[in-house]
Design a protein. Sequence first.
Length: 215
Amino acid sequence: MNGINVDINHLKKGEVSLGTSIMAVTFKDGVILGADSRTTMGSYVANRVTDKLTRVHDKIWCCRSGSAADTQAVADIVQYYLEMYSSQYGEPSTRTAASIFQQLCYENKDNLTAGIIVAGYDEKNKGQVYSIPIGGSLHKQSYAIAGSGSTFIYGYCDKNYKENMTKQETVDFIKHSLSQAIKWDGSSGGVIRMVVLTDDGVERLLFYPDEFENL
C-alpha cells in the first residue's frame, strides 16, 4: 500500500466533522447499519442530510465518524482494493474489508481522524460487525456504536440488545438508540438512515424526525 500515505497526508484536517451517531447490529438473518445525517463545522451544521453509510462492496458497508474528508478517502481506497481482490480471488469477506480499513487507519493514525464501523454479510460467516476506532485497532463485536452521540446510549444499548433478534426488532432497536443519541448530542441530528444486509441483498431504510422524535 505504498503511496497511500501521500494521498491521505494532503487532506485538510478538521474542516468538516461527522460529529455523529453510528451503529451496526447483527441479527438472525444478517446485519443492519444505522446512522444519523448531521455534518458539522464546529457549531455550524454544514449538512442536515449526509449519508454516512458507505458501500465498499456488494454486501459490505461501513459507517463513518470523524473527519468527513478522511473517512471518505479511506472508504474510497478500501473500495478500490476490494474490487481488485474480488477480480482475483472472488467475493471478499467482511473480515478482509475490516483488515484493510484497519491497516490504513493504523499506518496513518497520526494523520487521520477516522472512526469506522464495518459490517457485511456472506454465506459462510453470515452477518458480521467490526469496529475500528480512532487509532486503528480492530474489534469484532455482535454490535458496535461510535461517534459523539454514542456516549449517551451505551447503557441503553447494553440493556436492550439481544442476540438473534428479528429484522423488525433490530430496526426498532437501532431507531430507538439513535433517536436518544440525536436527542442528547448536539452534533447528531437529521434523519436516520439504515442499510439491511441479508442473503436477499441490500435494503435501504429512511426514517424522518416525526417518526422517531417521540420515541
